[in-house]
Write a protein that binds this ligand. Sequence first.
Ligand SMILES: [Zn+2]
Length: 186
Amino acid sequence: MEVVLDEDKQKKIFRLIHKNVSMREVEINYKCLTRWHITPSIEHKMSGENSKMCWRGCGEMGTVFHIWWECPKIQAFWKTIVKLIKIITGNDIGLDPTICLLHNVETSVNKYKESGVWYYLNAAKGLIPKFWQKTEVPKEEDWVNRVNQIGRMEKLYHMQEDRMRVYYMKWEKWEKSGLKEKYRKL
Ligand SMILES: [Zn+2]
């Protein structure tokens, strides 16, 4: 990504990844950080076979950064996510890969999680490997469903811990956004 993160920033990103109830989200973030998912350019380097081009048919090389961020198709998806986050939270995080992919934010860990953005970005990031080696990329509907899934788990967790106040602090904006019900199947 050609971005240099100083030690404090790195520590903060790791703290963000760890301080979380859902192991799946921890996993998503680790896999993204450690380049666990094999892209065409890596595969090509390893085996000498298969095309190193992006499988989405954009005609570019399928590097890690391209697949997760630069590919025009995935850019359109990220634009939608950033736009929706702004609608939900009033917060414009900008189309910044270090924020969207690495949670490199200026606010404190607690404030960031309270804003809900942490969950919204994890939902987006977690969807990309679901569309691995497909020409299609995730849609708004996929993302809304995934955020709802995360929200349900969060609610369950906070209910058990008798911490519903904390749940509402983080999820109130989502609950009120209207998006929650938008794709609900009848
Ligand atoms: Zn591409």
